[in-house]
Structures are given as structure tokens and as C-alpha cells.
Design a protein around this ligand. Structure first.
Ligand SMILES: [Zn+2]
Length: 473
């Protein structure tokens, strides 16, 4: 008997304002509706994203229409009137385990802060990291985030099941995960910053990286990247071999770079080179790499990152909390480097939510340049969506166009009816959480609540485990 295949269920987001970021030049996407081509993506907020009332239809995890969408029977309708709809936010740098150690070493700069916390982090177990990741990912989802890059570089005893624990937490919350298999192999004994108790052997790291990629990387819900922690905590050999392995496995590279002047001095002492030259020498400066922070870059380094298309994860609150400095975001974007936003670990940004970072990014860019025209709300949205997706090599994420993945955030603006511009309300207005969050068209947050995770219970378990960790010897 010839049976017609059933029509796949359709979700329609009806009647919201939509704010679509401009499409970064480096992330081509085949699509039927080519809106607002970006002849010059360095125009700042003089080239605004589209903000207008529209419907968005979703089938099989993808956006299938943007505009006026007629109704059909059995549509799953999400009423978005009075709401702003954006692409889901993309968090490009995090250390989820740090939810276990929020609010410590509050007056330290990076090196002192790390040296206070390294010995505590050395005592973490995979189940502690799972509890931290569950809360961290849940809080990010509430703040509109659909893709999270986590950089995990502490693997006590070489037990890499900790990466399975983080991936499990992402699956429980329902967000996409860029899981960076971090590593450190340069302890104090060999001139590095971390204590010897938290570093691994180089060969063990490389073997584990390959195993974690083969176990968890599916390029649909989990992407595994290789991520030696920072030039002051890893060997030259690990950096070089990681780049070669990433190329062989077809995965991306991530590390911290140019975060502080202490780090710059360490690079000059260890390598007699500036930070970008260190990575260049070891095969890292490429479009498949994104770095965290990128603060202390000189003009030639900015130009080089732009030429290469190497991405930068801008972490404004963490940089302020540690007094590290301000990432030169407008200059990097002008040079052509993809720039995304990151919350960084919750031990240096206790908020742990991405939406407030849009405002932080705008404020810092204007303070750093002394120019209110240097960076506007559309720029902030672009960093948080398509810019972050470009850092992570996800050309079909962070856009509101047909064919893009249906990762969508619905922001209820009923508390700001006095503000005419909904994007200004999102970026410049108060911190807020989403009303609805969709990942691949599936609800992760609904009516302001997480669909699959009991957040109060998860917070309680995290608090218990954090107390046990601090008491553990
Ligand atoms: Zn970091």
C-alpha cells in the first residue's frame, strides 16, 4: 500500500519583532532570502540589523520561512506579540567547572587568582564538574544562550570521563556544546604557572584528545575542540602537536591569549616573542582557531588575526573583574577577525549569564575608544550571535534566515513599553532572561522556566558539592 509520508510538525513564532544580525563575511550560507548584504561590515551601527514585525516558521530544526507566514492546522504557535525574537546567543568562552568556586580571590589579578584556585580545582571530581556544568548551562539557557563553548583544562589523574560529564549536562539542559578538551603540561617545576599536581603528561593529553573527539564529537550537538590552556601553562611541543592533531581530526583550536601584561612578559621570557608570534610559530594562526580575550595586542597582531580570520572571544565582565584590560573589539572587526562574546568562568564573572554581556561590550567599546559611535546595539547583537558562530565555525547558526538552524530566543519586553527600539531595550535595558528558548526548534525554556532541568535542585546540589570541595584535602 502506498502511504503518504506524514507532514513534519511545524512551529510558528507569530508576530514578534525580529532583530537579525548582519551576516559575517566569512560564514557563507546558502539561503533563499538574501537580506541586507554587507558590502562593508565595518560600518558599525550605521548599518542596522533588520528590526521589524514578522513570523518565523520552523520545521525539522531549521528555519523555513521568515516574514508573513500563513497558518495551517496543527501548527505549534508561539505567540511573540510584544516580544523581540533574536537568534539564540552563542557563548564563545567559558569554564563551567568554575561554578564550584564563585566569589573567591575577589581582589586578585589573573595570576594571583589562578594560584589561589589551582589547588582547589585539583581536587574536583567528574561528578562535581557535572553539577557545576548543569547549573552553568541552565543559567546560560535562561539568558538566551543556545550554543556554549566550554574550555575544560583540569583533568585530575587523567580521568577524561569529565568531558562525558560536561556533555551529559549539555544534553540534559538541551543546548549545543563546543567542548574544548583543555590541557596543561607545564607545571611549576618546568617554569610554568600551575602547580605540578594539576598538569598532565604531553603524550597522555594527545592520546586523550583523540579519544574524546572520537567519543563525543558529532558536529550536531557536541563539537570537540583541542585547547591547550595558555602559553604560560603548556609546552611548545603540546601547542605544536595539538595544532597538527586538530588538522588531522578536522576539529578547531582554542586557547587563552593576550589576556594580561603578566602573560605578555611570560611569553617574552619563555619564547622571546610576542603572544601572536608564539602561536604563529606553532601553526595556530588560522581561521580554524579562536582565542579567548585578545586584549594586549599591538597593531601588527590585530592585522595578522584579521588577515588569518582567527576569531577572538571577548569576555568583558571577566576582563573587568580581573582588571585585565579591554579587548580592542572595533579594531579587530575592522581588520576582519570574527569576534564573539563570552562570559568566561563563573569564578571571574559570578553572573554567568550572556545577555548582560551585550551591554558590557557596548559600554567597554565606547569607553576604550572615547567614541559613542564606535559600537552600537546592533554590533553587540552581532557579537553575541553570528560573530560568535563565526568564531566556532558554525555558518548556519546565529542568523534569522531560511535554512539556518532554528536556535531562537524570545525576549518578553512587556516591562519596557516606553522604549520604541526593542533592540535598544534588549542591549541597553535591564538584565533579563528569555521567555522562550528553542534549540533545533525544541523548547529548552518555556514560559521563563527550564523545560528539562529542576534548577533549584541543581543549585542545591552544586552548593553541597562546592562546600565539600573546599573541605576536601
Ligand atoms: Zn578563560
Amino acid at each position: 500500500m502506498n502511504q503518504a509520508s506524514p507532514t513534519p510538525p511545524r512551529t510558528v513564532l507569530r508576530g514578534g519583532w525580529i532583530a537579525a544580525p548582519r551576516q559575517p563575511a566569512r560564514t557563507p550560507l546558502v539561503r533563499s532570502e538574501q537580506r541586507s548584504p554587507s558590502p562593508d561590515r565595518n560600518l558599525g551601527h550605521e548599518l542596522p540589523p533588520v528590526v521589524r514585525e514578522a513570523d518565523i516558521a520552523v520545521v525539522d530544526g531549521r528555519i523555513v520561512a521568515v516574514g508573513a507566514v500563513g497558518g495551517i492546522a496543527d501548527d505549534d504557535v508561539i505567540d511573540c506579540r510584544g516580544c523581540l525574537v533574536t537568534a539564540g546567543l552563542v557563548n564563545t568562552h567559558h569554564h563551567l567547572y568554575q561554578w564550584l568556586t564563585r566569589g573567591r580571590a575577589v581582589d586578585e589579578g589573573l595570576f594571583g587568582w589562578l594560584q589561589t584556585l589551582y589547588p582547589v580545582w585539583a581536587r574536583m571530581r567528574p561528578e562535581d564538574v557535572h553539577a557545576a556544568a548543569l547549573v552553568g548551562l541552565a543559567e546560560l539557557a535562561r539568558s538566551g544562550t543556545t550554543t556554549v563553548a566550554d574550555h575544560h583544562y583540569l583533568v585530575p589523574g587523567g580521568d577524561d570521563s569529565v568531558f562525558d560529564a560536561i556533555a551529559l549536562a549539555a544534553g540534559r539542559v538541551g543546548v549545543r556544546l563546543h567542548l574544548s578538551r583543555g590541557s596543561m603540561d607545564l607545571g611549576e617545576r618546568h617554569g610554568g604557572l600551575p602547580p605540578d599536581s594539576v598538569v598532565e603528561e604531553t603524550d597522555d593529553i594527545l592520546r586523550s584528545c583523540e579519544e574524546v573527539v572520537s567519543r563525543l564529537h558529532d558536529a550536531e550537538r557536541v563539537w570537540v575542540n583541542l585547547a591547550p590552556c595558555s602559553p604560560f601553562s603548556v609546552s611548545r611541543e603540546l601547542l605544536r602537536e595539538s595544532a597538527a592533531l586538530a588538522a588531522r581530526l578536522g576539529v578547531r583550536l582554542h586557547t587563552h591569549l593576550a589576556e594580561t601584561l603578566d602573560e605578555e612578559r611570560a611569553a617574552l621570557a619563555q619564547y622571546a616573542m610576542r603572544p601572536v608570534a608564539v602561536l604563529e610559530d606553532l601553526g595556530w594562526i588560522a581561521p580554524t582557531t579562536w582565542i579567548a580575550h585578545g586584549i594586549h595586542l599591538d597593531t601588527a597582531e590585530i592585522t595578522r588575526l584579521g588577515e588569518a580570520g582567527t576569531g577572538v572571544a571577548h569576555c568583558p565582565s571577566s576582563n573587568g573583574r580581573l582588571g585585565s584590560g579591554i579587548c580592542p573589539v572595533p579594531a579587530l572587526r575592522k581588520a576582519g577577525a570574527p569576534v564573539g562574546l563570552g562570559v568566561d568562568g563563573a569564578a571571574s564573572n559570578e553572573v554567568g549569564a550572556l545577555q548582560p554581556e551585550l551591554r558590557q561590550a557596548l559600554v567597554l567599546a565606547r569607553l576604550a575608544t572615547g567614541n559613542p559611535g564606535a559600537f552600537g546595539p546592533p554590533d553587540a547583537l552581532e557579537l553575541a550571535t553570528s560573530g560568535g558562530a563565526a568564531c566556532l565555525g558554525m555558518p548556519d547558526v546565529g542568523l534569522l534566515v531560511e535554512g539556518a538552524r532554528a536556535d531562537l530566543a524570545v525576549w518578553d519586553l512587556s516591562d519596557a513599553p516606553d522604549m520604541d527600539d526593542p533592540l535598544a531595550a534588549l542591549v541597553l535595558g535591564p538584565g533579563r532572561t528569555v521567555r522562550t528558548l528553542l534549540v533545533a526548534g525544541q523548547r529548552v525554556v518555556d514560559s521563563g522556566a527550564l523545560v528539562r532541568v529542576d534548577l533549584p535542585a541543581a543549585r542545591q546540589e552544586l552548593a553541597t558539592r562546592a562546600r565539600q570541595l573546599w573541605a576536601r584535602r
